[in-house]
Ligand binder design. Structure first.
Ligand code: HEC
Length: 150
């Protein structure tokens, strides 16, 4: 039996993968509108663990440049930005803030389960136990301040 059919299929696959690299992708970071207002140590945690999908400050990693992985990465980021965007933070609406903070609290408690594949591939983006506690404390303060109309 010759290996010819296999080689032919493999070379078609390689050519196909080369061609799809040229499909344009929306991998942009628009300017921030209203960035989240948070103390520096909190902003650092959000940046490390959440900004890649929930802000306009995405650090696109290598797989985000290689199709077909890049399609999955770009889709996840635009889905994440739609769900929650720390670069378009509306400070004015207390109901929206309270709702958003409840959702963030759930996500922080969920830990790496929120985006298991991402946190497995980016262990440096995981929050430590101390960092999640800091984030939960910040949410409590934020809720109190919003209730007081600050
Ligand atoms: C790998 C991308 C990615 C990362 C990193 C990420 N998220 Fe998400 N997040 C998503 C996507 C996609 C959705 C929308 C689908 C869903 O709800 O799972 C989402 C949804 C959410 C929601 C809305 C859920 C709801 O119930 O309305 C919140 C809140 C949230 N994320 C908070 C966070 C926080 C806080 C972090 C950092 C600790 C974080 N996310 C990190 C991708 C990500």
């Amino acid at each position: 039996m010759s290996s010819y059919p296999f080689k032919k299929a493999a070379s078609r696959l390689v050519i196909g993968l080369m061609i799809v690299q040229f499909i344009p992708l929306n991998r942009v970071n628009p300017p921030e509108k209203v960035p989240v207002r948070a103390p520096e140590e909190i902003a650092d945690i959000l940046k490390k663990s959440c900004f890649d999908c929930h802000s306009f400050r995405t650090e696109w990693s290598l797989p985000a440049y290689i199709a077909p992985l890049s399609w999955a990465a770009a889709a996840r980021v635009s889905w994440g930005r739609n769900a929650l965007n720390f670069s378009e933070w509306d400070h004015a609406d207390p109901t929206a803030s309270a709702h958003r903070m409840r959702a963030i609290r759930r996500t922080v408690i969920e830990g790496i389960g929120h985006q298991r594949l991402y946190y497995t591939l980016h262990p440096q983006s995981r929050m430590s136990a101390a960092e999640s506690t800091m984030l939960l404390n910040w949410i409590d303060t934020y809720d109190r301040e919003t209730a007081q109309g600050i």
